[in-house]
Design a protein around this ligand. Structure first.
Ligand code: ATP
Ligand code: MG
Length: 250
């Protein structure tokens, strides 16, 4: 099972969009995929067309050990989901010891997926730490601008800390360039800078700016359900083929 946290402490860089549409691509390519929404904004849950208000439980109850994995799992047209609700933010106040390990413990017996993708919130708080303690890999969506590029170095420090104290086997295995526009010189500059400073980390497929990617969440649809011939669909499918190939060729 490849367990991948989609993480960046910077907000609005394309974490949720990437999680949902890579999951959709994997599912189209006949991979069995689970999305874990560990963001109290519940964006991946909404994006997959599920209103958190309609849910009795969320991953919060699973982490607390009040329900089982099977109580929570949703099969959403072949993409499996462990959904979030806003109450997840209360994990901060829960008087449990070693709270970083709650997700890993809850998922201990689960091994029947090809891919597990975890949509992280934009911080390095306890929710992200749960994701990074359980995951084996991190993909970092990088919005191709000056400040997000430099902000990524804070994340590297966080990952180093997690590796030392919580999860030795964690590796940053890919950086996803997002919201690329050929008319913006800065986008190209940041791409070149990323490639030269972090060789081999950037996926060749860059996700272009695409309005359909923005619209799809409001319909609760993946990009393939919303507009399968859009640049967004083409880019996420190409990226996913690369994700699969990079791993299988190792
Ligand atoms: N390639 C793209 N082209 C155009 N818009 C995009 C693209 N990718 C994402 N967006 C839009 O940018 C916004 C932020 O994307 P998204 O929600 O995926 O980021 P995020 O990193 O998950 O945010 P947060 O940190 O709040 O969780 C959303 O409105 C999304 O629809
Ligand atoms: Mg998000």
């Amino acid at each position: 099972m490849r367990i991948i946290a989609i993480s960046n402490n910077k907000g609005g860089v394309g974490k949720t969009t990437s999680t949902v549409n890579i999951a959709a691509s994997l599912s189209i390519l006949n991979k069995k995929v689970l999305v874990i929404d560990i963001d109290h904004q519940a964006q991946a849950t909404y994006h997959l067309g599920i209103n958190p208000k309609d849910l009795q439980y969320s991953i919060f109850e699973l982490l607390k050990g009040e329900i089982t994995y099977n109580d929570l799992l949703i099969d959403r047209n072949g993409i499996y989901l462990l959904p979030a609700k806003p109450d997840l933010k209360d994990l901060d106040f829960l008087p449990f010891p070693a709270k970083e390990f709650l997700l890993r413990d809850a998922m201990e017996k689960i091994n029947d997926f090809d891919y597990v993708l975890i949509d992280c919130p934009p911080s390095l708080g306890i929710l992200t730490l749960n994701a990074l303690t359980y995951a084996k890999e991190i993909f970092i969506p990088l919005q191709l601008q000056f400040l997000p590029f430099h902000g990524m170095y804070n994340l590297f420090e966080g990952v180093q800390m997690v590796k030392q104290r919580l999860n030795k086997s964690l590796e940053i295995t890919g950086i996803i360039g997002t919201m690329y526009s050929s008319t913006k010189t800065i986008n190209k500059e940041v791409l070149d800078e990323t490639e030269s400073r972090l060789p081999g980390k950037l996926f060749n497929t860059i996700i272009r700016e695409n309005v359909s990617l923005q619209e799809a969440p409001s319909w609760g649809k993946t990009i393939f359900e919303y507009k399968s011939d859009s640049n967004g669909a083409v880019d996420y499918m190409n990226l996913t083929k690369e994700i699969i190939a990079r791993y299988e060729n190792q």
